[in-house]
Design a protein around this ligand. Structure first.
Ligand code: SF4
Length: 387
């Protein structure tokens, strides 16, 4: 069935990083000479460079990445699957991560010291990860300590956070979670403490606490790092079961209740399937909610002729529509909704990175400092050990 392209939006979805701090999630401008996007030989150049590197390079492609880049990926998946795939290829000297900065950091933490992780464009950051900085998180924790409740609080961070936040969580006895195992992570934490401090995605934290664990909305409070004391009173912090960090995904946060109502009126019988990074009211109004891998499996299992409106990143939805021509697959919003920072990694950047490697130079290497990496690994290993 035919795919309908959403309308272009007139506004930039994300602010793009500009700066000089390579450790910042927003990243920095790409150095060096990039091939022109109009170069007709880009596909051939990427193929030639990849062939020249052979098993020494392993290219990872996140599900939200552009088709022009995905065609060169040795494996596609979500951020955690990709990091594990890289760790399972110790023979690959170079891991070229077509994703965003925090994903490349996780790959660096999980791979051997001899493997070098390359992000083809250092400006490929994640706006959500940027919303929780280490100093802000430490300030929030200090507030809990002053109230005497830090000892009964277990920190959890979503995979979509910087290595510094994962390290903080590892230092304080917490765990990393993905959108697939958030429920197990929260249950594990409640066996060890009375409260959870959840970073940085308020929506995943709220949706999991309320819809999976059966807590009420009033059990959750929102900690705003830009307000004194997080904008919460001592009583609110003492009473809360889940303290949600005020962060969100700029892509999934765009879907609204109106998008759901509009598609249900336009396509009677449509199945609405959304990612748990969407707002709580959107998730409540959907028929199904699940991670990227869940969405892919749900569409694989869907009967021919069924209609689906999907609330996740556009590149993935477009590819799923192409892969299932016997089903009517639509984008939930009428406007374009790419992860624009991840989409900074285009074919010219991939060609540039691969050709630099062929020339014996390692461009844009992502390295997490050993102390942060150690503690982040503790929190990641705890995730792998979740019951
Ligand atoms: S889709 Fe959202 S959470 Fe994922 S990388 Fe882009 S901004 Fe970050």
């Amino acid at each position: 069935m035919s795919w309908t392209e959403p309308s272009p939006t007139g506004t930039a979805l994300l602010l793009l990083g500009r700066g000089s701090d390579p450790a910042a999630e927003k990243g920095v401008d790409c150095p060096g000479e990039l091939p022109a996007p109009s170069d007709p030989d880009l596909v051939a150049r990427a193929a030639a460079a990849k062939a020249a590197l052979g098993d020494r390079v392993f290219v990872l492609g996140h599900h939200y990445q552009r088709d022009e880049v995905i065609q060169f990926a040795d494996v596609t998946g979500d951020s955690f699957k990709l990091a594990r795939e890289a760790a399972a290829r110790p023979e690959a000297e170079y891991i070229v991560f077509c994703g965003v900065h925090f994903m490349a950091e996780s790959a660096d933490i999980l791979t051997a010291d001899s493997q070098r992780v390359v992000l083809p464009d250092l400006a490929a950051g994640c706006s959500m990860a940027d919303m929780a900085e280490l100093t802000q998180v430490e300030e929030g924790w200090e507030r809990l300590a002053e109230l005497g409740i830090a000892d009964v609080t277990v920190p959890i961070t979503y995979m979509n956070s910087t290595a510094a936040i994962k390290g903080f969580v590892g230092r304080h006895g917490g765990v990393v979670c993905t959108s697939s195992n958030a429920e197990r992570a929260l249950r594990w934490a409640f066996e060890r403490g009375e409260k959870i401090f959840f970073f940085p995605d308020q929506h995943l934290g709220r949706n999991t606490a309320v819809l999976e664990l059966g807590l009420s909305l009033s059990d959750c409070v929102l900690y705003d790092p830009h307000k004194p004391g997080g904008g919460l009173t001592d009583e609110q912090l003492r009473a809360a079961k889940v303290i949600l960090w005020r962060g969100h995904c700029s892509v999934h946060g765009r879907f609204t209740l109106d998008s759901v109502k509009e598609i249900r009126e336009r396509v009677p019988g449509v199945n609405v399937l959304v990612h748990p990074e969407c707002r709580h009211d959107v998730v409540l109004s959907a028929d199904y909610v699940g991670s990227t891998e869940y969405i892919i499996k749900a569409l694989d299992a869907a009967p021919a002729g069924s209609a689906w409106a999907i609330g996740t990143e556009l590149n993935l939805v477009r590819r799923l529509a192409k892969a299932h021509p016997d089903k009517q697959i639509m984008f939930l919003d009428r406007a374009v909704c790419y992860c624009s920072t991840m989409n900074r990694i285009d074919l010219p950047h991939l060609v540039w990175a691969l050709e630099e490697l062929v020339a014996g130079r390692v461009p844009n290497q992502i390295q997490v400092d050993p102390d942060t990496a150690y503690h982040a690994r503790v929190a990641l290993d705890q995730m792998l050990a979740l019951p």
